[in-house]
Design a protein around this ligand. Sequence first.
Ligand code: COA
Length: 148
Amino acid sequence: MMTSRNFGTRSIIKDFFQQYANDPASLGQEEMEIWWSIIEQNSGELVGLNTIIEKDVEGQKAFDLGYFLLPTFWGQGYATEASRRVVAYAFGELELRSLIAIIDPGNQASQSVALKLGMRLEREVLRSDGVTRRIYRLEQEDWKKASA
Ligand SMILES: CC(C)(COP(=O)(O)OP(=O)(O)OC[C@H]1O[C@@H](n2cnc3c(N)ncnc32)[C@H](O)[C@@H]1OP(=O)(O)O)[C@@H](O)C(=O)NCCC(=O)NCCS
């Protein structure tokens, strides 16, 4: 079992307040970025990171779920376990409507995690640098139905 510890919220909120005081109109243009550390409960060791980063995908705003583990912790279900909590936070607390994962077509482990989270392959995109990526997506509505 693990905990996902959100270590960025306090400073993000402080920055937001400062920014609001300086220039209220600028807030609506800010892109969101949240990072979590994934900690193994028994050992207290850092296992990896989860992220939600607001991105522009082919002209559309999207919230990109990221999961990155240190190699010694691969293949134990940790990415799926931690990401499930981040998904619940994204839909439950942040009330995002939809999450995506942008994945290299050759990255089987990552696509397997996305599928286990209930994501569906939406489409492939060709980035401006010529790299192909698969977009997986999970709608809040579908997640709510599945977790009811
Ligand atoms: C992708 C990553 C987060 C997966 O973490 P993980 O904790 O090993 O994931 P899980 O154990 O929850 O599930 C991984 C699944 O992929 C499978 N898998 C693992 N390595 C694999 C490989 N090289 N090829 C094919 N399948 C693989 C596992 O057997 C498991 O399968 P299952 O769904 O049938 O159980 C981890 O490999 C990683 O950090 N990779 C580098 C960073 C990265 O690519 N992040 C994603 C960016 S989009």
